[in-house]
Design a protein around this ligand. Structure first.
Ligand SMILES: NC(=O)c1ccc[n+]([C@@H]2O[C@H](COP(=O)([O-])OP(=O)(O)OC[C@H]3O[C@@H](n4cnc5c(N)ncnc54)[C@H](O)[C@@H]3O)[C@@H](O)[C@H]2O)c1
Ligand SMILES: O=C(O)C(=O)C[C@@H](O)[C@H](O)[C@H](O)COP(=O)(O)O
Ligand SMILES: [Zn+2]
Length: 356
């Protein structure tokens, strides 16, 4: 069992990482009393696999909870889902003393956090992430929100959870492609911040892919530690938090341009390779480092190139609505070494053409 703290003054919260901890979330909630009862927000797949089990565990600890599921996938991550869930909560009599549990992957976490931020102008919520991506990234840091046709995550709020409960056991039922998506964000942490962790990912590939307990726990813990450190320094992305967006400038555009046929993690993998190549083109990164980054992404079975049939003009259109764009200038987080980045808008059309 490991517990780390995200230190944000009165918005601080613990991240607990423990095999089987979903069975003990109820005890913790009963002790901490964030809310008098909980709406467990989830998607239909996670509901089918673990929904009743979680509600039973909560009930055994004396925690009242009700499940609210929506159809799985990024296509649900829009305002209509928020509206429908809010209506269901209101119909069930949820009031300001009640809270939410985000029980699922990043889509569930982003939707639930945003709903918690705005339902009755704000109710408490906790994260119980069930995908690797959500356990290493989206459940921590308080970015919540939904997509609009113009782009990814263009509506949302910074709203921190009260606690994060990570049970690596549930990863056993993930589809292999979903596991890989999480590994893209895992590799991101090595590239932006931690060369030793990058080398660990090179060495422990087989153990990590096999979800071997020690390797997967170490991986989740390292990512959460790095994310907590970054968020503690820049909660609302005034500056350095932008490093967590490495691979996301082109990644988000690829994801949206594919109509979400390419998942977030796979698009981030493509975006990281593109960013590393841009960095080489600009003379900021050694070719050998770019090759190591690309080789690690490929070694985990992730894509390294934008599919040939994906419309480049659509990608360019989405690049312009990236949240990091200011006064029409698109910003890129480019690696300068394994473990270090630089943020720049000085990317020429020709350099962009080369990587697209
Ligand atoms: N807020 C943040 O900081 C942040 C960070 C990274 C990504 N994100 C967002 O997260 C989303 C991607 O998250 P994701 O990859 O978890 O996608 P997801 O939530 O769609 O989950 C992927 C699939 O896995 C299924 N699933 C979840 N847990 C399972 C389990 N234990 N066993 C079997 N199946 C399971 C889900 O039903 C879904 O079909 C994107 O919308 C992205 O923008 C947000
Ligand atoms: O927490 C952050 O900060 C991140 O950027 C983490 C990203 O992995 C994540 O995909 C995030 O949702 C992207 O945020 P956005 O502000 O670029 O939409
Ligand atoms: Zn991401």
């Amino acid at each position: 069992m490991a517990e780390i703290q995200v230190g944000l003054g009165e918005r601080s919260y613990p991240i607990r990482i423990e095999q089987g901890c979903l069975a003990r979330v109820g005890e913790d909630l009963a002790r901490r009393r964030f809310a008098k009862r909980y709406g467990v927000i989830t998607d239909d797949r996670v509901e089918g696999l673990y929904g009743q089990q979680l509600v039973r565990h909560l009930a055994a600890a004396g925690v009242q909870a009700e499940l609210f599921a929506f159809p799985h996938g990024e296509v649900s991550k829009h305002l209509a889902t928020i509206g429908a869930l809010a209506s269901r909560l209101a119909a069930a009599g949820f009031d300001r003393r009640d809270g939410l549990i985000a029980f699922g992957g990043g889509v569930v976490g982003d939707i639930t956090g945003f709903l918690a931020a705005i339902y009755m102008r704000g109710i408490p919520f906790v994260q119980a992430p069930t995908t690797l991506l959500a356990q290493v990234d989206s459940s921590v840091g308080g970015k919540t929100g939904v997509d609009i046709p113009e782009g990814k995550n263009l509506i949302g709020a910074f709203y921190q959870p009260q606690a994060v409960y990570i049970d690596p056991e549930v990863l056993a039922t993930l589809e292999p492609a979903e596991l890989l998506g999480g590994l893209a964000e895992v590799i991101k942490y090595g590239v932006i911040r931690d060369p030793d962790f990058f080398a660990y990912l090179e060495r422990k590939r087989e153990e990590i892919l096999a979800l071997e307990t020690a390797a997967i726990e170490e991986t989740i813990l390292t990512c959460c530690r790095i994310k907590a450190e970054v968020v503690e320094q820049d909660e609302r992305e005034g500056g350095m938090r932008r490093i967590l967006n490495f691979g996301h400038t082109i990644g988000h555009a690829v994801e949206a341009a594919s109509g979400f046929a390419i998942s977030h993690g796979h698009a981030v993998a493509i975006g990281m390779v593109a960013a590393a190549r841009l960095a080489v083109a600009k003379g900021m990164l050694a070719v050998a480092a770019e090759q190591r980054i690309t080789a690690l992404i490929a070694a985990y079975g992730l894509p390294v190139a934008i599919p040939a049939d994906l419309d480049r003009e659509r990608i360019r259109t989405y690049l312009k609505t990236d949240k990091k764009a200011v006064a029409g200038k698109v910003f890129y987080i480019l690696p300068t070494a394994i473990g270090a980045t630089s943020i720049t808008d000085a990317v020429s059309e020709r350099q962009l053409d080369q990587v697209l």
